[in-house]
Write a protein that binds this ligand. Structure first.
Ligand code: OGA
Ligand code: MN
Length: 293
């Protein structure tokens, strides 16, 4: 272990312990059920610095999770689940990620399979600035969540490739979830240049850090505007071949009570599959990044 990266630092009353890897820090000394404004500012700074924050041993209700998330800004409502249901009565901000079924109906999204690398809601005009994911039940093995540092991914691109993608934009398909399920109301995509979804520059400037960052969204049905489909596919494959390398990623093994908060503008994430016979229940909020009216 690198002594420098493992060094804990104090940010006000917070203890920030960087994860021994390319992204993430554990934050100690906070009860997320009760975060004051000063602590919130420190957490936000830690998020900008570390991109993914892990808070262990939290005991919070859905309403407390919403209240904590709201410190960061307005919340986006949970996107439609593949079954078209609203997961938590009275709290449309909470998205349930779960394989558990009640009376044969899944209580949440994404099932038990792999979720491919993605950023949340990249197919919207204003994707969330961040998401919080809170573990209520976890399987004994599997279901780990990986995070990819997209600053490092951008830095890893060869100079000529980086030049070729300057000024280009990707259209981000809205039809499929990261678990590969077709969203309610969408059709299978046959021509990626014709998908429905938002267009974003491949290289974006992070509004808080001021740094340039690679923004890929997800590979499935992505399309680089203005290119033939063949050229777009080839260029996307080339970019992706440098992106999700081990040296850019950290994989989190969940414990009940973990809350992980990621900067959705600077990381992609994915999830391992897990045994269909075990239960996994996660609750998520997503903080909006819309320009104020
Ligand atoms: C999410 C997500 C993966 C997981 O909540 O946005 O992709 O590990 N979750 O449940
Ligand atoms: Mn996600």
């Amino acid at each position: 272990m690198n002594a420098e990266t493992a060094q804990a630092t104090m940010l006000g009353t917070l203890e920030v312990v960087p994860i021994d890897g390319p992204v993430g820090a554990e934050i100690k000394g906070v009860n997320l059920a009760n975060v004051d404004d000063v602590t919130y500012r420190q957490i936000r700074q830690a998020l900008i610095d570390n991109l993914v924050l892990l808070f262990r041993d939290q005991e919070i209700s859905d309403a407390e999770m919403v209240a904590f998330s709201r410190l960061f800004g307005e919340l986006d409502m949970a996107p439609p689940q593949e079954n078209g249901l609203q997961a938590v009565d009275g709290l449309p901000e909470i998205m349930v990620i779960s394989n558990v079924k009640e009376n044969g109906v899944p209580i949440g999204s994404l099932g038990d399979g792999e979720a491919i690398w993605h950023t949340d809601m990249n197919y919207q005009e204003y994707p969330p600035l961040g998401s919080a994911l809170y573990a209520q039940e976890v399987p004994p093995v599997g279901g780990d969540t990986g995070f990819c540092n997209m600053y490092k991914a951008l830095d890893a691109l060869p100079a000529d490739l980086r030049k070729r993608i300057e000024g280009l934009s990707i259209k981000h398909d809205a039809s499929k979830t990261s678990g590969g399920y077709l969203r309610k109301g969408f059709e299978e995509v046959s021509d990626v240049s014709q998908t429905v979804g938002a267009v974003h520059p491949i290289i974006r400037k992070h509004p808080e850090s001021g740094r340039e960052v690679l923004y890929l969204g997800r590979r499935l049905n992505a399309y680089i505007m203005g290119m033939s489909v063949e050229d777009s596919e080839a260029l996307l494959d080339e970019i992706w071949s440098y992106t999700t390398r081990e040296e850019h990623t950290w994989h989190h093994q969940w414990r009940v009570g973990d809350l992980v908060f990621w900067d959705n503008r600077t990381v992609m994430h994915r999830r391992d599959s897990f045994d269909a016979g075990s239960r996994r229940i996660m609750h998520r909020t997503q903080i909006a990044d819309r320009p104020s009216a």
